[in-house]
Design a protein around this ligand. Structure first.
Ligand code: ADP
Ligand code: MG
Length: 695
């Protein structure tokens, strides 16, 4: 439980300072000015008081109980101070001081030392090298932080390792008039982690939505587990930085480098149902809608406007984000005709026109509330000076308060005028999320809809594979490991594939021309012959793949030719394989991610991988729903269904192959990289015709 950290009844400041421009002073000032309801105990060896509050020479002299201590002293004194905290019964500390693991070996040792003392004394550590926490609960008002924004109380909680971004988000919430619930920025995060904070807020009734900023995870699996649990219960909006690096990585042509840490973060968000953003402004504006509005049941939007153009912009943005602005039912249209002004445009958008008053707006709102074909309401409200804008605002606010359907408002006005500030306040008090332009409002509504979709999405559980021979596959990998081989031979690779029921083109490995010809006869012509050597990565680049061989003489000649050209690279074997022309070439790949297991990749194979980079990733284990999503999210997905008379491919067999690859990865954590490229996909079958595994 993190109550001692987030709901401290008394706070000690070790390193309290009388110097105005110091952290040891600012934190006390923040506690005072924000109106902290608990006791404040400055600890200072010489000063009798700090900022008018009696100071104590040491923690042991503090008369009352203390839940939380700020530590703002040189790093080398921290271990001893933590020990004192333990003795005093302090349950949590915020270590604002820097000079630990971020500073190399010496700092790391200090961090280990204070952590050991913390564990012994039952003290939980937040930080070090961090800002702290804020709890805006009016009954507590704990501003245990050295930033300068004094947030309004509300229902959005914010966590960011980076103090700079945390402060930025907090200020942006404040500027948009969005209330905040709790705040945490935990720097080095050596003990209390983001997953733990997420869980705590998941249980916090006052937190309606969570905003998260991250640049990656120290323990991705821990985050995955926590995020999955919490995102099911309440919206988690997240953003990670480092996107350009992802772009650079995606440009690389190899499975292992196609995926990267940054892709993994994005995939964690996707797998756990976290709503991901690429822009901090968009994330904060979306939070405004999440803070007060219900989640829409679907993507159909009804627009009410008192000015034409902005509704057109809104329609464009809504539709571009996958929302629908459908026709209204005949019943709704008839009702609108009865109630609106004669010059009103009765369709969707409903243009009530600029002279419309509160009653007209309300009539249109009521129709959309009752219209079954509409899941949410988008308002365009310009404060026409010749109308009673307060009355209009009161109606919008009243509908928002009902909480029946989500509503967002593009509010076009001039807030330097007192009158319109009042109109705005009426909207705000009704919890109507207002935005300064149609695009921002539309994007915020789009985020609500996206979340609604995420919440309905159930990826299911990974399936078990009856008949998979894990022992056989493990034996192959074990043997290669023993022999110090990191790239598996063709025999190894196809044996492993077969152990998992992955369909492969009939194959045989031969050492000589005679053996190859015999193998070809068994497999049946035409065949392909490929050079098989651990030294050769891309066989066809070196002329190591010869297709469509129709008789024994051709096979023999090919083997001799390959031996002559490529034999110098070391021992060479020859993979003889059934020639299966005319399929759609796909790629299924995998790479190991630090702390996360494997990423599975799927896309167009063969030369298309390099040229189009049309590939998608998922974190293993992949469920059937996710495998289907992989097929559906290719840019060239139409190719899978066949175009212009070409046949499509057996999608479910592709899905099945992806699931088998995922099962294989789960049993063989030693695999660093793997790809099946190409998988030949036909109308009724799929076959892997090339495989590579690195352990
Ligand atoms: P590499 O990827 O090492 O260059 P591949 O085994 O993938 O070698 O072969 C290169 C290309 O040859 C494949 O992308 C595919 O177009 C073709 N090819 C390989 N094996 C077969 C096969 N059994 N049937 C049909 N085409 C094949
Ligand atoms: Mg290949």
């Amino acid at each position: 439980m993190l109550d001692a950290l987030f709901k401290p009844r008394a706070v000690a400041i070790v390193g309290a300072s009388t110097k105005e421009l110091s952290i040891g002073n600012v934190i006390i000032r923040n506690l005072q000015e924000y109106g902290y309801k608990g006791a404040i105990y400055p600890i200072n060896p010489t000063a009798p008081d700090v900022r008018g509050i009696k100071a104590y020479k040491s923690l042991s002299e503090v008369p009352g109980e203390v839940d939380l201590a700020h530590i703002i002293i040189p790093a080398k004194f921290v271990p001893q101070t933590i020990e004192e905290c333990g003795r005093k019964g302090i349950k949590a500390v915020v270590i604002n001081s820097a000079g630990f693991s971020e500073m190399g070996e010496e700092g790391k040792k200090l961090q280990e030392a204070f952590l050991a003392n913390a564990r012994r004394g039952g003290v939980r550590v937040f930080g070090p090298n961090c800002q702290g926490i804020i709890n805006t609960d009016p009954a507590l008002r704990a501003y245990c932080n050295f930033t300068f924004t004094y947030p309004e109380a509300g229902s959005v909680s914010v966590v960011a390792l980076s103090g700079g971004v945390g402060a930025l988000i907090m200020q942006a919430l404040f500027d948009l008039g969005i209330g905040m619930r709790m705040y945490a920025s935990n720097g080095n995060a050596c003990d209390i982690s983001i997953p733990e904070i997420l869980r705590y807020w998941g249980d916090d009734e006052g937190t309606k939505a969570i905003l998260l900023y991250t640049e990656g995870f120290s323990d991705p699996n821990e985050f995955l587990a926590a995020a999955r649990e919490v995102a099911r219960r309440k919206p988690v909006l997240a953003m990670k930085a480092g996107r350009t690096e992802q772009g650079a990585k995606a440009a690389s042509s190899h499975t292992g480098s196609l995926a990267g840490v940054d892709i993994a973060t994005e995939l964690i968000f996707e797998k756990t149902g976290i709503l991901s953003f690429t822009d901090e402004g968009a994330m904060v504006r979306a939070a405004k809608a999440f803070a007060s509005q219900p989640v829409p049941a679907g993507n159909r939007v009804g627009i009410i406007t008192n000015t034409g153009g902005p509704a057109v912009i809104a329609t464009d943005v809504l539709v571009a984000s996958g929302l629908d602005v459908p026709k209204l039912s005949d019943g709704s249209i008839a009702r609108l005709k009865e109630t609106l002004l004669p010059e009103a445009a009765i369709e969707n958008p409903v243009d009530v026109v600029a002279t419309a008053g509160g009653a007209h707006f309300r009539a249109a709102l009521d129709v959309l509330l009752e219209e079954d074909g509409v899941d949410s309401i988008f308002m365009n409200f310009v404060t026409a000076p010749f109308t009673d804008t307060h009355a209009v605002a009161r109606e919008i606010a009243a509908v928002s308060r009902m909480g029946k359907k989500p509503i967002v408002c593009n509010f076009m006005t001039d807030l330097t005028q007192e009158r319109f500030r009042i109109t705005e306040r009426i909207l705000k008090e009704g919890g109507v999320p207002c935005y300064a332009n149609p695009s921002d409002a539309a994007n915020a509504l789009g985020a609500l809809v996206r979340y609604g979709r995420l919440r309905q999405r159930d990826i299911g559980k990974p399936e078990s594979l009856p008949g998979a021979d894990a022992a056989r596959a493990r034996a192959v990998v074990g043997q290669a490991g023993k022999e110090g081989r990191t790239v598996l031979s063709a025999t190894d690779v196809y044996t492993i594939f077969e152990a998992y029921g992955i369909p492969v083109a009939p194959w045989n490995v031969a050492g000589t021309a005679d053996e190859a010809a015999a193998a070809a006869a068994r497999i049946g012509y035409p065949v392909v012959v490929k050079a098989d050597s651990e030294k050769i990565d891309h066989k066809s680049d070196m002329g190591g793949v010869v297709v469509n061989l129709r008789d024994a003489a051709a096979v023999r000649a090919t083997v001799q030719d390959l031996q002559g050209r490529l034999g110098k690279h070391g021992r060479l074997n020859f993979l003889v394989q059934k020639f299966l022309p005319g399929g759609r070439e796909l790629i299924v790949g995998a790479s190991a991610e630090r702390g996360l297991g494997h990423l599975v990749m799927f896309g167009l194979g063969g030369v298309y991988v390099e040229v189009l980079k049309d590939v998608v990733f998922k974190i293993a284990p992949v469920t059937r729903v996710e495998a289907r999503e992989m097929l559906a999210s290719l840019k060239a997905k139409a190719l899978l269904d066949g175009v212009r008379g070409e046949k499509g491919v057996d999608r479910e067999k592709v899905v099945d192959l992806i699931l088998r690859v995922s099962a294989l990865l789960a049993d063989l954590p030693e695999i660093r990289e793997m790809d099946l490229n190409p998988v030949m996909a036909f109308e009724n079958a799929v076959y892997a015709v090339d495989g590579r595994i690195r352990i």
